[in-house]
Design a protein around this ligand. Structure first.
Ligand code: FMN
Ligand code: SF4
Length: 515
């Protein structure tokens, strides 16, 4: 009987040596006649414990954290194959508080299964959602998504059910599902963990969306900075096709659906849905005017559902367990769960899927363990580079879309980047404007020119050149960008800048100068 050992094949784990660990385990086992089966799973999302090696003992998965290749011989000698004691032993994976205290609705298979095995996916409820959708019929699926209250997890938080209904109701022989996997926000990695750890979960979500709205073709627009994700997704799509879960007449249902995987070209603004559609069509990634909405005239002018990876990956369980069940998680109009991503100056970085409603501080302290430096928190940026910097005294704000809007912030894609009291917030304000200047698609003046002028004004403030006058100028510039930009890139860049002006204005005098 061979002992099963899991070593993640996931970008973060590999960046800290998971491949070396896997190779060393395989070599050691061979040289020492140890009977093992090495499985490359995805990640549970406890990034701070990577590489997290698990060994199956009496059907229990015993975890060893932060394993290095140099630990392997010692681990075997300490009785790895029977879950032996070792300084790297964390214990049963289903008893790690970081994991068990989560509300895993969307990410529950991540880390658990072999991402490339259709059989393993099927053994863990895979394709049950689409099978149930076939029984329910399209409109009932859309109604279930509406009941769930699921909102887009890409950033804007638009209700998925309403978007699907619009596409379903729009006449058109050809319709598309376009999955936004551009994941450009700073401090975000939930799409990637999903696609590397449970790619068929996304495939199934896209199938359900296609069935619900009458689309037979899906596209995944994947950021080019994710080469491993590309390879895993590609192999998973091929495996699903070979097993008859993609292609014509899926499982005899009469429903046709297939997926094309498309690599982006490294532009932040290509994550905006209309620029993404342009890029998918082979054109430069420039924003389109809206209306028409993509739901009416999207990819190649056809009605298109554009949804984020996490949005789509959440729907199979909603169909399986019911919209009411999903809606019973969360608070107010923020129903269900979100995969928060802890990054920056944080002790225990990683992915935490929780129902909406806990406070930012609970997330940072209870899961993140506070700052990695051990110093006090100065600011937290939530929602990517266009998100406001939230000061320490507002960390008791509940994670709820509307509560965040109430403090001039946003939850966005759930990326949480922590800064300690050594952070130079004037430089962070400058960075926001500079980022916009670099990433602007150039279509409208407030963003294209305004962001360049914004950097200059902030530089003058830091250099104490007419600081008060330039302060007023910066506020006016923020007003113009916010009111007159064509999309949220220029329209929301003022959020982080304004938050620095409001809460950290003293940093302009203290700043060490432009980088
Ligand atoms: C500048 C900019 C960048 C964006 N980047 C992303 C992205 O990387 N991934 C994403 O899913 N949505 C991104 N969005 C949001 C999309 O425009 C769109 O709202 C989303 O893909 C819709 O899917 P959802 O409703 O499931 O969130 C971005 C928006 C803007 C303005
Ligand atoms: S706001 Fe910026 S990114 Fe958006 S359309 Fe205008 S120039 Fe392009």
């Amino acid at each position: 009987m061979r002992t099963r050992i899991y070593v993640p094949r996931e970008t973060a784990a590999i960046s800290v040596g998971a491949d070396d660990v896997a190779i060393t385990i395989a070599r050691y086992a061979k040289e020492n006649d140890a009977e093992i089966e090495l499985i490359r799973n995805g990640s549970w999302g406890a990034t701070w414990l990577e590489p997290l090696v698990e060994v199956v003992v009496d059907d229990k998965r015993i975890a060893y954290g932060n394993v290095e290749a140099a630990d392997v011989a010692g681990l075997f000698e300490a009785g790895l194959l029977t879950g032996g004691e070792h300084s790297k032993r964390v214990g049963p994976v289903d008893e790690i508080p970081y994991l068990v205290n989560q509300d895993r609705w969307t990410f529950w298979r991540c880390g658990l299964i072999n991402p490339l095995s259709v059989d393993d996916f099927r053994a863990h409820q895979g394709f049950n959602g689409i099978s149930k959708a076939f029984e329910m019929g399209s409109q009932a699926v859309i109604d279930t998504i509406k009941t769930s209250g699921l909102r887009g997890r890409g950033g804007a938080g638009f209700p998925a059910g309403i978007k699907w209904q619009t596409v379903a109701d729009t006449q058109g022989e050809q319709k598309y599902i376009a999955c936004n996997a551009d994941e450009g926000d700073s401090g975000t990695f939930s799409d990637r963990i999903m696609m590397e750890s449970d790619p068929l979960g996304l495939v199934e979500g896209m199938m359900i969306a296609g069935f619900a709205v009458g689309a037979d073709k899906g596209y995944i627009y994947l950021r080019s900075e994710y080469p491993l994700t590309y390879s895993i997704l590609n192999r998973a799509i091929v495996a699903a096709r070979e097993a008859g879960w993609l292609g014509k007449d899926i499982q005899g249902s009469g429903f046709d659906f297939d997926i094309d995987l498309h690599l982006g070209a490294g532009s932040y603004v290509c994550g905006e849905e209309t620029a993404m559609l342009e890029s998918l069509e082979g054109k430069p990634g420039v924003i389109r005017y809206k209306p028409p909405l993509p739901a009416i005239e999207g990819l190649f002018g056809k009605p298109t559902v554009v949804n984020n990876v996490v949005t789509l990956s959440s729907v199979a369980n909603i169909v399986n367990l019911g919209g009411e069940k999903y809606a019973s998680y969360g608070v107010n109009r923020s129903t269900g769960t979100l995969a928060f991503q802890l990054a920056g100056n944080i002790k225990r970085g990683g992915l935490v899927e929780k129902a909406f409603g806990l406070t930012l501080l609970e997330l940072i302290e209870d899961w993140g363990g506070g700052t990695a430096s051990g110093r006090p928190i100065k600011a937290v940026q939530v929602g990517g580079p266009l998100g406001a910097y939230i000061p320490a005294d507002q960390l008791d704000t509940p994670l709820d879309y509307e509560a965040f809007l109430g403090i001039g912030a946003m939850i966005g894609h759930g990326g949480i980047v922590v800064f300690d009291d050594t952070a130079d917030m004037a430089q962070q304000a400058r960075f926001a404007m500079e980022f916009c200047a670099i990433e602007s698609c150039g279509k409208c003046t407030p963003c294209r020119i305004g962001s360049v002028r914004g950097v200059e004004v902030i530089d003058r403030m830091i250099a104490d050149d007419n600081r008060d006058k330039n302060y007023e100028l910066l506020v006016e510039l923020c007003d113009t960008m916010e009111d007159a930009s064509l999309c949220a890139m220029g329209g929301m860049t003022p959020y982080p800048v304004r938050s620095v002006l409001k809460y950290f204005a003293e940093d302009f005098a203290a700043s060490k100068g432009s980088s």
